[in-house]
Ligand binder design. Structure first.
Ligand SMILES: [Zn+2]
Length: 166
C-alpha cells in the first residue's frame, strides 16, 4: 500500500484543489482528513474547559497521540468520528459512495491503530475514555460521563464560585 505523498507543496490558492481522479487528489483529501481540530473535538474541549478541567492536547509522547491528555491523572480522552473510526452506529457502518476500497482500508487502518493504542496505553497504566461523535448530542449525558471518568475538576473541589449548579 503506498502512502499519500507528504511532499505536496502547500499553495495558498484554493483554486488549486485537485479534482477526483487527478494527481494529488488523495493527498489533498487526506490532508483535510488529518486536520485535528475537528468540530466534535472542539465541542468536547469547550465543555471540559467550561467544567474547569485542564488538559493537554495531542499527547505526541503517548501511543496514538490521544486527543486530550490529563497527565497527572494518567488519563486520556479520545474523540472519534464515527465514520473514520468505524463505530457500530449508523454512521460508522455506512459505506462511502466512491472509492469504497480506499476509504474502507483507511477506516480499517484507523481501527487497528485505535486498538493498538488502547492496549499500549492500558499496559502503561493509563485510563482512556472514548467519546464517539454520535454521543455528543446530549450535553447532560456527556458531562456526566466526563465527570464520572475524570472525577471532579480541581476548581470544583476548591469551591470556586460562579459555576451555576442549578
Ligand atoms: Zn457513532
Amino acid at each position: 500500500m503506498s502512502k499519500p505523498s507528504e511532499s505536496v507543496k502547500r499553495r495558498s490558492s484554493k483554486a488549486l484543489k485537485p479534482r477526483p481522479g487527478e494527481a494529488g487528489f488523495r493527498s489533498w483529501v487526506m490532508s483535510r482528513v488529518r486536520s485535528r481540530d475537528t468540530k466534535p473535538e472542539m465541542l468536547v474541549r469547550r465543555l471540559l474547559h467550561g467544567l474547569g478541567y485542564r488538559y493537554r492536547l495531542h499527547g505526541e509522547e503517548l501511543p496514538g497521540s490521544p486527543d486530550l491528555v490529563f497527565p497527572r491523572k494518567k488519563m486520556v480522552i479520545w474523540v472519534h468520528g464515527c465514520f473514520w473510526h468505524g463505530h457500530g452506529c449508523r454512521n460508522g457502518v455506512r459505506l462511502p459512495k466512491t472509492n469504497v476500497e480506499f476509504w474502507s482500508a483507511k477506516r480499517r487502518a484507523n481501527m487497528g491503530r485505535d486498538q493498538r493504542s488502547a492496549l499500549a496505553l492500558e499496559s502503561m497504566g493509563w485510563k482512556a475514555l472514548v467519546l464517539w461523535e454520535c454521543e455528543l448530542r446530549d450535553l447532560t449525558v456527556l458531562e456526566l460521563r466526563i465527570r464520572n471518568f475524570l472525577g471532579p475538576p480541581k476548581s470544583a473541589r476548591m469551591g470556586k464560585k460562579g459555576y451555576n449548579c442549578g
